[in-house]
Design a binder for this molecule. Structure first.
Ligand code: CA
Length: 250
């Protein structure tokens, strides 16, 4: 039944749906909240697994191989920070971390836990799902490089945008989807200095609202993985008073 004239239905028509066949892991010990988030994801076509415990979340992430993990910070047996670190050793899935207080986000950013995005409770499940689906509509990593696509080089760094591969001195660098997207956005216009807001719009989408220092988190991870200095990278350069631009690696 379409529910004619019901605002919910009108909104649903505009809502960006996730591509089919995606798997979501919802890790939250407050069972009603887990169920609520899960039901929103299911409505958008996700195959959902609900987990209420940290250690179980890591095991389940290995089994399910999720595309997205909604991860609460405070969990029994293993906290969200450690769960995220462990999941990151084998998966580049999209991780949204839920925190009870906005101040916790700064701490988490400092800890470099590897989450892609953060939301503070209480949050709107609709906004959470909108962020997830907007992100997952971006192309996934593919295997191999299409014939003739050589990729862009910046010193020792080579970025194959099509294949979503990054190598440094011939060695493949394992990046999360968000890290890759930030790097690719910079590399696509190597002479342009991007503000944090511009990078947010390119990578997270124009509708994204939140602390723009999220960009700095991902730049920090990128620099670490590219063997760069934490404060001023050769490849991802800080442009004082503006934001970031691609460097040549010199
Ligand atoms: Ca909790």
């Amino acid at each position: 039944m379409k529910g004619m004239g019901v605002p919910e239905s009108a909104h649903a028509a505009d809502r960006p749906l996730a591509p089919p066949g995606l798997r979501a892991l919802v890790v939250e010990d407050e069972a009603p909240l887990a169920a609520l988030v899960g039901s929103y994801l299911e409505r958008d076509g996700f195959e959902v697994t609900l987990i209420h415990d940290g250690l179980q979340a890591v095991t389940s992430a290995r089994e399910v191989d999720p595309d997205v993990v909604v991860l609460d910070l405070g969990l029994p047996s293993l906290d969200g920070v450690e769960v995220c670190r462990r999941i990151r050793t084998f998966s580049d899935c999209y991780v949204v971390m839920l925190t009870a207080r906005a101040e916790e986000i700064d701490t988490l950013i400092g800890l470099s836990v590897g989450a892609d995005d953060y939301m503070t409770k209480p949050f709107s499940p609709r906004e959470l799902i909108a962020r997830i689906t907007a992100m997952l509509r971006r192309p996934r990593a593919t295997t191999g490089t299409p014939d003739g696509a050589e990729g862009q080089s910046f010193g020792e760094l080579t970025i194959d945008i099509q294949g979503r591969d990054v190598s440094l001195g011939g060695e493949l660098v394992r990046l999360t989807r968000t890290e890759f997207d930030v790097l690719a956005a910079l590399a696509e216009r190597p002479r342009m200095a991007f503000s944090r807001r511009q990078l947010i719009e390119r990578v997270w989408g124009e509708a994204w609202v939140g602390d723009e220092h999220l960009v700095d988190v991902h730049v920090g991870h990128l620099r670490r993985k590219l063997g760069d200095d934490a404060n001023q990278g050769k490849y991802v350069r800080t442009v004082r008073g503006v934001g970031y631009r691609m460097g040549t690696g010199q």
